[in-house]
Design a protein around this ligand. Structure first.
Ligand code: AMP
Ligand code: GLY
Length: 444
């Protein structure tokens, strides 16, 4: 099987790596890809946001499957165009991707599917915003209704800041905001593979969204992740499949917009049980880096089955019992406008650390065979271990070997989990289980 992966981040590099390891996958093409992916895949400089160009590329290489990484191409209709050309595609249609593209649409589907979530109100005037802020109280949660690359959400105790963010969002053409009830408790990301009818969950992971240690500073695309979650309640995954993923996929099919691809459930474990914070219509970055590091089942066959409506026939997934941690190395000034063009040193030395490897995100080929920074999140360093503590030690040993001018990384990825400082606040929850109840067969 030949697979085309759309995107250029570390998530796509992780997808390319896992797909290449599938014995049924003979070749992987990436568009546009990056220098890291170029070691295992053929990279083609095609605009990932251009549905016709992506479809032409898929035809030209006679690929059997197209896997779309980021949300931009999905919202632009890349999956629709590829499927119309008769090529299996792992990724939702533009209509189905509205689960991510519109916060208001996501809330509407959650209501119809009776998913556990916080209260929310769609507002289009400042008077409605003020009312909603008063109704829910602080901390205030104000979300831009449209896609905003993780930067459209403000969570604050400061009413003036909440109002200012709402005003900014409403000032846009057709602007709308969703004001939400604040959901307290540890956050979990769960990816569920969907074929339009059936769903298969992967293992949960935790992401670190803020730029600074101790969850300080502005939100980013994600600065690190780990899996498994030793503190997650037993049965969590089964519960989320039964109460969220399956009802949402059934509701989307009922509406005539079947969901094919990854339903990313972002949730908080609150004192009243798990509540959905958001949906995304794709794999998360950087959680994918740790989830795929632990997957032992062949990914190409799995995504092909999802793209062709046959997930129900797939054997149960197999997972490594090892823990995985990833740390993002970011360029100076990220999440603001990052500096680029700095030479990255030490990439070859990462191999000295057992299990460690580097996935590329914002990198480019520099002069004389060097690799230079070319984006905000530059690298995603990954390591495995017998437990989170060992995986953490290894990943940071690897991060120390790599450098580029003024790069920064969080030093506390997975630290609270290792110290046992995270707890499920729901008193009725059952005791923790290493795999949070995933229906999975374990192997070392
Ligand atoms: P989103 O773009 O919806 O993923 O929001 C980005 C981040 O803002 C989430 O990962 C949470 O950390 C935070 N957040 C969003 N909605 C809420 C909420 N209702 N309660 C608490 N935190 C939230
Ligand atoms: N890790 C968060 C995201 O992919 O949106």
């Amino acid at each position: 099987m030949k697979v085309l992966v759309i995107g250029s981040g570390a998530r796509e590099h992780a997808l390319v790596t896992a797909l290449s390891a599938d014995p049924q996958v003979d070749a992987v093409i990436a568009a546009p890809g990056n220098p890291g992916m170029a070691t295992t895949a053929r990279c083609e400089p095609v605009d990932p946001l251009d549905p016709a160009a992506v479809t032409d590329l898929a035809r030209q290489h006679s690929v059997d499957l197209v896997v779309v990484g980021p949300e931009g191409p999905l919202v632009a209709g890349v999956a629709d165009a590829v499927r119309e050309a008769g090529i299996p595609c792992y990724g939702p249609s533009a209509q189905a991707a509205r689960l991510e593209g519109s916060k208001a649409f996501a809330k509407e589907v959650m209501a119809a599917a009776e998913c556990p979530t916080g209260m929310g109100r769609l507002c289009t005037t400042m008077a409605e915003v003020a009312d909603a802020l008063d109704a829910f109280g602080a901390p205030h949660v104000v979300k831009d209704d449209g896609l905003a690359a993780g930067k459209g959400v403000v969570v604050t105790d400061d009413r003036a800041e909440a109002l200012a963010h709402a005003e900014q969002c409403l000032a846009k053409d057709g602007g709308a905001v969703v004001i939400e009830e604040f959901l307290d408790g540890p956050e979990v990301s769960l990816f569920v593979l969907c074929d339009g009818t059936d769903v298969v969950p992967l293992v949960p992971a935790q992401d670190f969204k803020r730029v600074g240690d101790g969850d300080t500073g502005p939100n980013t695309g994600g600065m690190g992740a780990y899996s498994p979650l030793p503190w997650a309640p037993e049965g969590l995954v089964d519960d989320l499949v039964a109460r969220v993923a399956q009802p949402v996929v059934t509701e989307m099919a009922r509406r005539g917009t079947p969901f094919i691809g990854t339903l990313y459930i972002g949730l908080a474990l609150t004192s009243r049980g798990p509540k959905v914070i958001e949906f995304n219509a794709r794999f998360g970055d950087p959680e994918t880096q740790v989830v795929l590091a632990r997957l032992r089942s062949p990914l190409g066959q799995l995504l092909y089955a999802a793209a062709t409506g046959s997930l129900a026939d797939q054997p149960e997934l197999r997972w490594s019992e090892q823990a995985a941690v990833t740390v993002v190395m970011a360029a100076e000034n990220y999440p603001g406008t990052p500096r680029s063009g700095d030479v990255i040193d030490g990439l070859a030395d990462v191999g000295e650390v057992p299990t460690a490897y580097v996935l590329h995100a914002g990198t480019a080929d520099g002069p004389d065979g060097t690799v230079v920074s070319a984006g905000g999140r530059v690298l995603s360093v990954v390591a495995l271990g017998a437990d989170l503590e060992q995986a953490r030690e290894r990943v940071y040993a690897a991060v120390e070997r790599v450098s580029f001018a003024d790069c920064h990384a969080r030093s506390d990825i997975a630290l609270k989990a290792v110290r046992g400082e995270i707890a499920d606040p729901n008193p009725s929850a059952r005791p923790p289980h290493p795999e949070a109840g995933a229906a999975a067969t374990m192997e070392a």
